[in-house]
Design a protein around this ligand. Structure first.
Ligand code: GAR
Length: 219
């Protein structure tokens, strides 16, 4: 069977990209990364991709008059690479309607908070400032809103009393690296079915049992 071809968009260090590269290599993810595109010439993600022998492309958003022109160029590269699924992995640009129309229900994102809480930027600091006892990460389909699309998978981590945004971001990243490859594998297996706001996984995985309490119930 033809492997799902991923087009990964990343702006930063690329640890999520690395987890996808590693998951493809060890067989947890039956997909191949066709291209890695960054808007940031200095992105560590480009280096990681090059090291893994993956085609890279830098499209600097500063070279474009507006978002639509930039997105048009990105979509062209994705098409040239015969991308099946667009994977946003720390891509810090909002994507336009043109982009979404080019890949309907075929763009997914990972966000470092438990959506719908804390969409947008600096979300680890937002969770701390709000006093949330838990935060986490969310893999979701991308729609026309900012971090509003149907949710595929989430992971929860505690927020500790003395956490800095960096501490919390690091704790969340560990879980991002687990759930993103898994969510993409479910897509690759054609198990994700969007029904309105909800994503149904078929056949259904075992239910998640057990509650977490922070602080714990004892002591
Ligand atoms: C990750 O925490 C990801 O969830 C977040 O950027 C980080 C990228 O890290 N994405 C967003 O905030 C999207 N709005 P990485 O470059 O090491 O994968």
């Amino acid at each position: 069977m033809k492997k799902l071809r991923l087009g990964v968009l990343a702006s930063g260090g690329g640890t999520n990209l690395q987890s996808l590269i590693d998951s493809c290599a060890d067989g947890r993810l039956s997909a191949e990364i066709a291209i890695v595109i960054s808007n940031n010439p200095g992105a560590g993600a480009l280096e990681r991709a090059a090291k893994a022998g993956i085609e890279t492309c830098c499209i600097n958003h500063r070279d474009f008059a507006d978002r639509t022109a930039f997105d048009h160029s990105v979509v062209q590269q994705l098409r040239d690479a015969e991308t099946d699924l667009v994977v946003l992995a720390g891509f810090m640009r909002i994507i336009s309607a043109t982009f979404i129309e080019a890949y309907p229900q075929r763009i997914i994102n990972i966000h470092p908070a438990l959506l719908p809480a804390f969409p947008g930027l600096h979300v680890q600091q937002q969770a701390i400032d709000y006093g949330a006892r838990f935060s986490g990460c969310t893999v979701h389909f991308v729609d026309a809103g900012v971090d509003t699309g149907p949710i595929i998978m989430q992971a929860v981590v505690p927020v500790h009393e003395e956490d800095t945004a960096e501490d919390l971001a690091a704790r969340i990243l560990v879980e991002e690296h687990k759930i993103y490859p898994r969510a993409i594998q479910l897509f690759a297996e054609n198990r994700l079915h969007i029904e309105g706001r909800r994503v149904r996984i078929l056949p259904a995985p075992p239910p998640c049992n057990g509650a977490m309490h922070n602080p714990g119930l004892e002591g």
